[in-house]
Design a protein around this ligand. Structure first.
Ligand code: OAD
Length: 227
């Protein structure tokens, strides 16, 4: 089976009702990113950060995968698929995708602020001040914040380097290192970008734009791949 690697971003979950980051005037659900998604924000106001992610978690639990997620899962019948997602929701998994790399972490995990190897599943939607790891330190969301290392980047780059087809769905391609993955994919393989607003990237051979929302764009792609 050919290997298909898909890089996804907030745009694929937009039709499930989850807000993207850069489509709302630089604010993310009313907050500046620096106030809620940086190590500095955590130092300054843990409760604000925890509340912010509790709200994100609650919304993600209420959301359902859309046709875009479902069609990506269906591709597994035809290709060996790996999804590299910048999203912290679990909609790819709930749509049936088996092989998902969460580059920016997961809303449904917490981790120790003392030992990053101590990671726990979050049941329900709340992580609160006073919730502690087994060594007694406060738990934080297991999310990669701005300014932090991206531990799964090496694995993502390796998988991308082996791709036969590379797909980008619903990401503005402005946040690095994730945005650089498209350049790690072998030159000349078919690459497709599905996004109603085509991102500004250097042209490459065999790069195709599908300027549609994720659900209809994935239908278009399905037809293209079949023909
Ligand atoms: P952005 O908000 O930067 O980009 C969302 C992209 O989705 C844009 O290119 C939109 O045009 C597109 N879009 C909007 N609606 C869509 C739809 N229905 N179907 C398809 N595409 C649609 O989100 P990301 O690129 O995911 O990081 O942002 C990257 C990272 O920046 C995030 O993972 C997050 C962040 O702020 C952290 O939290 C560390």
């Amino acid at each position: 089976m050919k290997k298909l690697v898909a890089l996804t971003g907030a745009g694929i979950s937009a039709e499930s009702g989850l807000a993207t980051f850069r489509d709302s005037g630089g604010l993310w659900e009313g907050h500046n990113v620096e106030d809620v998604a940086t190590p500095q924000a955590w130092q300054k106001n843990q409760k604000l950060v925890l509340d912010f992610y509790n709200e994100r978690r609650k919304k993600a639990l209420e959301a359902k995968p859309n046709r875009g997620h479902e069609l990506l899962a269906e591709l597994q019948h035809h290709f060996e698929v790996t999804i590299i997602t910048q999203n912290v929701d679990d909609l790819h998994e709930r749509a049936g995708s088996k092989n998902v790399i969460h580059l920016h972490g997961s809303l449904f995990e917490s981790r120790s602020t003392l030992d990053p190897a101590l990671v726990y599943k979050i049941n329900g939607w709340q992580l609160n001040p006073g919730d502690k790891c087994e060594r007694g330190s406060q738990l934080r969301p297991n999310i990669v914040w701005f300014g932090e290392m991206v531990p799964l980047m090496e694995q993502a780059a390796y998988v991308t380097s082996l791709a036969d087809i590379f797909l980008v769905v619903g990401t503005s391609l402005v946040v690095y290192p994730a945005a650089g993955l498209i350049h790690e994919a072998p030159r000349g393989i078919p690459k497709y970008i599905i996004d109603p607003k085509v991102p500004d990237i250097v042209p490459q051979p065999n790069l195709h734009f599908i300027a549609e929302k994720a659900s209809s764009g994935m239908e278009t792609l399905f037809r293209k791949l079949k023909s």
